[in-house]
Design a binder for this molecule. Sequence first.
Ligand SMILES: Cc1cc2nc3c(=O)[nH]c(=O)nc-3n(C[C@H](O)[C@H](O)[C@H](O)COP(=O)(O)O)c2cc1C
Length: 309
Amino acid sequence: RRHVAAFNLDLLELLLDSQFLLKLNAESGDGLRVNEGDGNLVLWDFHDLGFHTRSTEGRQANPVGSTFAYASVVSPLPAVRPPWPGTKIDLHKFFISDPISPFAKLLRERHSVRDFDDEHPITLAELAQFLDGAARVLSEWNSGAPFEGGPEITYSTRPYPSAGSAYELELYLAVSNCKELPRGLYHYDAGGHALVAIEVSALHLQALSAAAEFAMDAPGPPQVLITIAARFGRISWKYSSIAYSLILKDVGSMIQTFYLAATDMGLGGCAIGTSNIDLFSRMTGLEFHVEGPVGQFALGRGKKPEGPR
Ligand SMILES: Cc1cc2nc3c(=O)[nH]c(=O)nc-3n(C[C@H](O)[C@H](O)[C@H](O)COP(=O)(O)O)c2cc1C
């Protein structure tokens, strides 16, 4: 039994040394209680970190995206689910708004644009209007944590919904072709409604745009490529088990907001399902598990369609 206990201690030490395990609130030599290791890693649930690194590019070598891995053994599901066999209540007769409302029209006009008019690129003024309408902080407020002794928490209000009002999503703009805005990477300061330039290598910037171009099978890079990054700790500090899934749902609501804002302004855009978390980390110096990409959106002035859509 003594051997087993010694082995368990050795194993524990090995796991601690290799940072598989972290000690929370360990006692230091001078009697202070301290955290050992990286507190930002402690905030991650195991399944969330595995999901994040395995569903993105950069930290793994498995194929990502449309590989049609089961095409030879399983048939594709139909586009529309076959109806249930129960009694049918036809809803067509309730359609009374003619013409349809401006909002319904906006929804119907929305579509993905992958081919941009580089002779007439999006302007800085349009980009400012897009960000103002879709993403800026409208107000800030504080509230106490809903448990005794909890800290005061700061919150903000923005044009799109966000789980727990966390607003953990940040926007990084890789600008390739925008009138009056030099090429480069910018962070959108949503509180100050300003763009802040981040110094990055031209090669990294090109790699980021080229990956987006490839993902859209587009004829050129997006005029502005928006990387949606998450400050993971902002949401995992509060939520257990569902933190990462909430972040992805927030990305969905933001993407639809972007599509509608772009359509409303006569601009074009397209969501992109992949991101390279390692490239972003190398460009920004941010550690991949602290703040990193969870979505992308290509934005610009779409080329006029040559024929009917
Ligand atoms: C989460 C998400 C990820 C997407 N990823 C890609 C992508 O990587 N490449 C691409 O060309 N289109 C992408 N799209 C756009 C879809 O292909 C498009 O929305 C769909 O074909 C419907 O066409 P529509 O947007 O023109 O109505 C994505 C859309 C969503 C919502």
